[in-house]
Design a protein around this ligand. Structure first.
Ligand SMILES: NC(=O)c1ccc[n+]([C@@H]2O[C@H](COP(=O)([O-])OP(=O)(O)OC[C@H]3O[C@@H](n4cnc5c(N)ncnc54)[C@H](OP(=O)(O)O)[C@@H]3O)[C@@H](O)[C@H]2O)c1
Length: 339
C-alpha cells in the first residue's frame, strides 16, 4: 500500500459527512488523489484538503472518469443514479446512503464484523446506517459468545445525523432562545429540537415504525448474518450536535454475565469500555466527539429476563457512523489486495 497512489472521488464533498471524509482520508490513503464532487449548487466552490484548495467538480455523467474508489455521501437518489456509472468505469463505490444496503448483490459492511463479504466483483458496497454501525460493533463479540436471540434498542440521535440542515435547526433555535427571540420554525427536523426530544427519524412506514427503526432492524440482521434475530427499535432525535447514543437490551441463547460481557467487549476491535458506575464514568456523546471508537458502558443484567443484558453504546455518528466506516472499508479492500 505504501507509495501506491489511488484516485478517489468524494461525492458530496461539501456536506457534513463529506467534510469529515476529507479530514480523515489521508490517514487511510496517504497518496490519495482526491476529486471532490457536489451538485450544481456548488459549481465554482472549492474545498480545502491538507492546506490545498480543490475545486468542486459538478456531478454529471460527462465528468465521471476512471477512479479506484468513489465514496458517496449525497443521498440515495444521487447514489442510485450515479454509483453504477463510477462502478462501470472500474471504481469500488462505498455508499453512505440507504440506496444499496438491502440489495442482496451489495455487501453491507462494518469491517470489525463482516469484511469477509467484500469481493473483487462486488463493486458497490453499502455503508450501513449510523445507528446500526455502532450497535453491531458492540453486539458482534457478544453474539459470537452467546448467540443473540432478541434485541431491543432505544436510540438518542444527534442532529448532525440529519445533515447540515439538522445542525442549523438546533443552532438557530438555541440562539434565538438565548437572545429571547421567537424560536424559528424548523427546516429539517419535524418539530422544534432545542430543549425537546422528537421520536421520529425519517418517515413512518409499516406498523407505525419509522424507516430509521426498520433500517436498524433489517441492516443488523444482514450484517450479522442473523436472519432470525428479533429486533424492535425506537429512534429519537435529541438536542445534541454530534454523537449517537443507544440503550440496548439483548437476550442470548447461552447465559452471559455482565463481567463476561465486559471482558469480551474490552478485547473487541473498535470498542472502548467506559464503565465505572461508582465514579460516574460512562460513555457520553460529548466525550465521543472526534473519536474513532465505539464506547460501551452501563453493562448490567436485564432484570426482566433470565439471559438478558443491558448496556449503553455511544459513538461519533459522523466518524464511525459514516466517514470513518467508509474509509475502513477502503482500507480493508486495499489490505485484502482487491484493488
Ligand atoms: N450525517 C450523518 O450522520 C450520516 C450518517 C450516515 C449516513 N449519512 C448519509 O450521508 C449522506 C449525506 O449526508 P450529510 O449528513 O453529509 O448531508 P448534507 O450535509 O446535507 O450534505 C449533502 C451533500 O450531498 C451533495 N449533493 C446533494 N445533491 C447532490 C447532487 N444532485 N449531486 C451531487 N451532490 C449532491 C451536497 O452538495 P451541495 O453542497 O452542492 O448541495 C452535499 O455535499 C446522506 O445519504 C445521509 O443519509 C449521513
Amino acid at each position: 500500500m505504501a507509495g501506491k497512489s489511488y484516485k478517489v472521488a468524494v461525492v458530496g464533498a461539501t456536506g457534513v459527512v463529506g467534510s469529515e471524509m476529507l479530514a480523515s482520508v489521508k490517514k487511510f490513503i496517504p497518496n490519495a488523489e482526491i476529486t471532490p464532487f457536489a451538485s450544481e449548487r456548488s459549481a465554482g466552490k472549492s474545498v480545502k484538503l491538507d492546506g490545498k484548495t480543490l475545486s468542486i467538480t459538478v456531478l454529471k455523467k460527462e465528468n465521471i472518469t476512471s477512479f479506484d474508489f468513489a465514496i458517496f455521501s449525497a443521498g440515495a437518489s444521487v447514489s442510485k443514479e450515479f454509483a453504477p456509472l463510477f462502478a462501470e468505469r472500474g471504481a469500488f463505490v462505498i455508499d453512505n446512503s440507504s440506496a444499496w444496503r438491502m440489495d442482496p448483490s451489495c455487501p453491507l459492511v462494518v469491517p470489525e464484523v463482516n469484511s469477509h463479504t467484500l469481493a473483487k466483483d462486488k463493486k458497490i458496497i453499502a455503508n450501513p446506517n449510523c445507528s446500526t454501525i455502532q450497535m453491531v460493533v458492540a453486539l458482534k463479540p457478544l453474539h459470537m459468545a452467546a448467540t443473540i436471540k432478541r434485541i431491543r434498542v432505544a436510540t438518542y440521535q444527534a442532529v448532525s445525523g440529519a445533515g447540515q440542515m439538522g445542525i442549523t435547526d438546533l443552532a438557530d433555535q438555541a440562539k434565538a432562545w438565548a437572545q429571547g427571540k421567537p424560536i424559528p420554525a424548523p427546516k429539517k427536523i419535524p418539530h422544534q429540537i432545542a430543549f425537546n426530544l422528537v421520536p421520529q427519524i425519517d418517515v413512518f412506514v409499516e406498523d407505525d415504525y419509522t424507516k430509521e427503526e426498520m433500517k436498524l432492524a433489517n441492516e443488523t440482521r444482514k450484517i450479522m448474518d442473523a436472519p432470525d434475530v428479533q429486533i424492535s427499535a425506537t429512534c429519537i432525535r435529541v438536542p445534541v450536535f454530534r454523537g449517537h447514543s443507544e440503550a440496548v437490551w439483548i437476550e442470548t441463547d447461552k447465559p452471559l454475565s455482565p463481567a463476561e460481557a465486559r471482558k469480551l467487549l474490552e478485547k473487541a476491535p473498535g470498542v472502548k469500555v467506559v464503565d465505572s458506575p461508582k465514579e460516574s464514568k460512562y460513555p457520553m456523546p460529548l466525550d465521543a466527539e472526534g473519536k474513532y471508537e465505539t464506547f460501551v458502558g452501563r453493562i448490567r443484567k436485564d432484570l426482566s429476563c433470565p439471559n438478558g443484558l443491558v448496556f449503553w453504546v455511544v459513538s461519533d455518528n459522523l466518524l464511525k457512523g459514516a466517514a470513518l466506516n467508509a474509509l475502513q472499508i477502503v482500507d480493508a479492500l486495499i489490505k485484502k489486495g482487491l484493488v
